[in-house]
Design a protein around this ligand. Structure first.
Ligand code: ARG
Length: 459
């Protein structure tokens, strides 16, 4: 038998394989709430403009509400033969209310319908990502405030570079995640326009009111070009691009937590709630949540590449290729939200091991730059010469198997005879971080200012 919705010109029904490749109901049933919201807005507008009667609109409204509660209760029988969520809902509406159901699709096409549903869904995810990021930033601020002056090694090339503070390191991620947050906020502004009423591609001859449906669905305005409205998925790509950047940030932080929680580093202890054991090695406590967060970028950026590749080269307007947009975005969104929530939980629960951080900060000649700076400041050496003198003293300490503050004054003076007892004040890690008071620097003082600034900004 031919299709109930578009079978007029067809004598035969589809091959089973055709049905299998064509149907999207297996995944686009996630758009049910958005689809019903869009249809309700459309029906109300059709009545307000006199295109359908008030009584038909009322029957449609009640029918759609019944369908929504059936779906929410898990009582709705989704049918693959009916292809997608749009036709499943409309067919059920016909069962429930009869003829008025057939008037709902006046001045509308599945092309503007799906574009509308999907925009509404992506908009919700943007809001969820924004909330997830706010929670994560909150957890980072708490860590930063508690450890504003705790000393730890700062690295470049993963080699000890200079001492920094725990708070400063946490606040670096606050900056990154807040840029992610602002990217999502920007994207929302750009994408919040309504495709509804673009119809198949050219608009419609019915006297529809697109402002009215746009407003009812929380959009700022209708999209200005009907071809564009049904053709582009740039809003989904923008979500995926921003999700990818955010997942990349999460991945870097997760990598640090994996390293920091190892026995070799012991910088942090992750809570039992966010760790797992081994089935064979009883001593193990593994940072699985961090590892999975580190990995999520794979599927999220994969989705970005997949959808970009689907969209490239598509002629205007709608092509069925675009049905492939949803699973990528669903999967990326689900995993981004999960990663954000897991990271927030881990950060909230983790304990920084102050002693281990401090010991590591003091090792590896981390105050060599402070020594060089002291030679410049106190003895007037050109920086390049100070660098050379300090390098020689590091080599001496390395040969002796000790650190810079462990060298005696006479040993230090083999580097430069002008060195005095005073120099020891800059060789300690606490003085080192406390001295870095330039704007954006690592001192506890600057960190506390930034914590206060962000708290105020997010309030
Ligand atoms: N299931 C389709 C999709 O996801 C809905 C739009 C179908 N439009 C059409 N002209 N066949 O894109």
């Amino acid at each position: 038998t031919s299709n109930r919705m578009w079978g007029g010109r067809f004598a035969a029904g589809p091959d089973a394989i055709m049905e299998a490749i064509n149907a999207s109901i297996g995944f686009d049933q996630r758009l049910a709430a958005q689809d019903i919201a869009g249809s309700r807005a459309h029906a109300a507008m059709l009545a307000a403009t006199g295109i359908i009667s008030d009584s038909d609109a009322e029957a449609i409204r009640e029918g759609l509400l019944t369908i929504l509660s059936e779906i929410e209760a898990g009582e709705f029988a989704f049918s693959t033969a009916l292809e997608d969520i749009h036709m499943n809902v409309e067919a059920r509406l016909k069962d429930l209310i009869g003829d008025p159901a057939g008037r709902l699709h006046t001045g509308r096409s599945r092309n503007d319908q799906v574009a509308t549903d999907f925009r509404l869904w992506v908009r919700d995810q943007i809001d969820a990502a924004t909330e997830g990021l706010r929670a994560l930033i909150g957890a980072l601020l708490t860590q930063a405030e508690a450890g504003a002056d705790w000393v730890m090694p700062g690295f470049t090339h993963l080699q000890t570079a200079q001492p920094v503070t725990w708070g400063h390191h946490m606040m670096a991620y606050v900056e990154m995640f807040s840029r992610d947050l602002s990217r999502f906020t920007d994207a929302r502004v750009r994408m919040n326009e309504s495709p509804l009423g673009a119809a198949a591609l050219a608009g419609t001859s019915f006297p529809i009111d697109r402002e009215m449906t746009a407003k009812a669905l929380g959009f700022d305005r209708p999209m200005a070009n009907s071809l564009d409205a049904v053709s582009d998925r740039d809003f989904a790509l923008e979500f995926l691009a921003h999700a990818s950047i955010c997942a990349m940030h999460l991945s870097r932080f997760a990598e640090e937590l994996v390293i920091w929680s190892s026995a070799q580093f012991r910088f942090v202890t992750l809570s039992d709630r966010f760790s797992t054991g081994s089935s064979i090695m009883p001593q193990k406590k593994n940072p699985d949540a961090a590892e999975l967060i580190r990995a999520k970028i794979g599927r999220i950026f994969g989705a970005n590449v997949a959808l970009m590749t689907v969209m490239k080269g598509l002629p205007l307007a709608y092509s069925k290729d675009m049905q492939e947009d949803k699973e990528q975005v669903f999967d990326a969104a689900d995993n981004l939200m999960l990663a954000l929530a897991a990271m927030t939980g881990m950060v909230g629960d983790m304990t920084a091991n102050r002693e281990a951080l401090r010991a590591a900060a003091s090792a590896g000649f981390s105050t060599a730059t402070d020594l060089a700076d002291w030679l410049v400041r106190e003895l007037g050496l050109p920086f390049r010469e100070a660098h050379h003198v300090t390098g020689a003293l590091v080599a001496l300490a390395e040969k002796k198997g000790c650190d810079l503050p462990d060298l005696s004054l006479s040993e230090l003076q083999t580097g430069h005879e002008g060195i005095t007892q005073e120099v020891y004040s800059v060789l300690g890690v606490d003085n080192s971080v406390a001295s870095r008071v330039s704007y954006g620097g690592t001192s506890g003082e600057r960190v506390r200012e930034q914590v206060a600034r962000w708290k105020e900004q997010l309030a």
